[in-house]
Design a protein around this ligand. Sequence first.
Ligand code: GLA
Length: 832
Amino acid sequence: MSVETLEVAMHSRFRSLRTLAAVLVLAAPAGVVATAPAASASADSRAATLVPTPPMGFNDWNAFGCEVDEELIRETADKMVASGLAAAGYEYVNIDDCWSQKSRDADGRLVPDPVKFPNGIAGIADYIHGKGLKLGIYGDAGTLTCAGYPGSLGHEELDARTWAEWGVDYLKYDNCNNQSDGSQADYIRRYTAMRQALDQAGRPIVYSICEWGSSRPWEWARGVGDLWRTTGDISDNWESLRSIIAQNAPLYPYAGPGHWNDPDMLEIGNGGMTDTEYRTHMSTWAMMAAPLIIGTDLRTASAQTLAILGNRDIIAIDQDPLGRQATVVSDRDGLMVLDKPLAGGDHAIALYNSTDHLATVGVAAADTGLDPARGYRLKDVWTGRTAEAATTIEAAVPAHGTVVYRVRARQSHESVPPAVTVDATLPTVVPGADSTAALTTTVTDRGAQPLQRVRVTVEAPAGWVVAPTGADRRPRLGTDQALKTTWTVRAPDDTAAGDHPLTVTAHYRWGRRTTTTSSVLVATVVTPPPAGRRALSKVLAYSTANGLGPVELDQSNGGAGIGDGNLITIGGRYFNRGIGTAAPSEIVYYLGGDCTRLVTQAGVDDEAPASDPATFTVYADDTVAATSGPVSSGAAPVTLDADLTGVRWLRLVTSGTAGTRTDWADPVLTCGDAGPGDPVLPLRQTIFSFEDGTDGFTIANPGTGGAVTQSPTFHTDGTSGLRVETPVPGNWFGAPVPASLDLSGRSGLAFDMRTEDVGSVGEIAVQVGDAMTWCQAGRWAWTNPHSSRTVTESFDDIECPSGVTLDVSQIRVVWIFLNTGGVVHIDHVRAE
Ligand code: GLA
């Protein structure tokens, strides 16, 4: 295929691109003191009348990207009414990016895309208003929107007037292509210009500032916007949700009627999280008095999705007229307690467990804003159950789950069951008659009344044996007393590795009634690794202990949440496989006598500040099989080779100054009859290594001045990688693949990337078959400036136009898209 054909193909694809915002991390230059305009009383009261409670509605972006049109908006409004969501409070139907033509008309006005919106925005506004709903639109405080449509910078007055004339009720105002010097003063200027334009246009329009938290809008935007985004874009996965909650929860002092923190739109229903996680999403948004903007396809939403979005009790907490964002009462070890005072004296208390295991989350009533009382009536807004707590508001909360109670001081005539917490802990289970795991269950009476005839049972999968080794019953438990029981757990020989649920139930009487309370505990089962030479990062560990944050797989230890590291880098060398820890650390693997050898590199990560040396030791059962001696930061990695023949337990231990980033790079475990000649699993198939040049890579739109060059700066195999420079935001680069390439049996594509001064996000696309059909995958997670990571895209997530299936033996071209302008380095484009 000629370069021309490529460019044409590229160009047509460009128009339907789902591009994304450049989430720039901005800092006000030293010496620039931005002053926030004092929120005038009139601005505040105007806002208060428009959004006295957080706005609720729908926006197409999270589910549809650029594929928005009138039919979608109409059908969504219909469904909003028919499903009862409108009656529950959802009101705004918001159109996001990509609704206009690429250029303004002769008078400088924005023009709706006539194919997507044949009746214009005014036409759809009439329809929406006819349903008793309101219409939202999207604009950008820059020269172009994030997807490359005309922006409103310098056109504020005309655009605000245009929207007002069309009957628009809500404006989301984005921040791409902003021409900003990054100062807070510039942000205030650009966003205030639209505030003034909206005021002049004369129609009440909710003003939603979307600058991703870059200029700390909570410090200045009250009185300018009615709500402001506080973070980068949400994506439909747990790590994104967890990190956004962590960023937005502490901002509670800044929210109130007409001035809301906006942690972004809802992902509930989009399929990337469990229902437990989606309930956490809805629960924490309600507690944080966040806008509830649905981001899923309502027309096909499941009953479960509609039930989460439509839960009236949780909506009432979000929409409470007091308009307070919950205070963070405590936030420790991944467990958070939020307290939201409600009109009329009730409080909503949320118990949020961001860890990966069942955990008790609780708070003394005296540490909340609740008035002292003899007891508190708790209503669980998700289960509908009520219970009474005496002094402590608490629950055993599943991993990634949130319990939300609506709490009220107890009325004397009420007869409510006592609150009971059923917690349990269980280490990893190794199957087989000769190994037992110790389970501990704890039943605590948190009610004001005693529990009588308390008994605990554990329900395990068929074939498992669970037996108490201590008392599993107690005639009576008083307030704040606990029954702690230890048990042995045996899983049958053939139990599969992975997660298996166990249900722990407390049975008891209170007053004259018999009741139960249960918790589900997830048991993790490990089995000896199968035969073969395997990257150790792909072997499930029995246990991990780490000096800082979680142990990371195939990246360094970032220190806080999972997935926040970089590629492992030791002495200037990058590794795309390995385990990132922080001293002191210990990772234990169960080998069951089936393995023979571990070979690994070990060293202190380059990103760690210069620190004392660290030591790496490999233990085979209880003996030292290999040790590094002290390794300094900046030094080349040390090779360790450990004989593991017949060993049951493998332990990797690092020691040194607490928090020193210690990496196990390229660790390969050999098990069964595998030998040194066998390939390392999981198999990888290199497509482009950039060892002999640029491997045919070209920039799709060379007119923009981009370039690719072979470069030794960054490489994860061989000695060179590819340096890519795209001066404009948004460009594809890629190359035809060798004619014989057959990726059958592989699960997806991957490459390694390092950013320079600008972070990036992007997409992968392939062209398949003789028709060179474009098949494209969604965006990958944002990569910060000066960081590195592996980008992976499963073939399952690469979507082809309807009627085309992705035949991985017929891939002709591989493309990578970068949303931002700047320099990035890539290497080792491969199938895995
Ligand atoms: C930015 C915003 C998103 C969405 C897209 C549209 O990324 O933060 O919410 O509006 O732009 O291009």
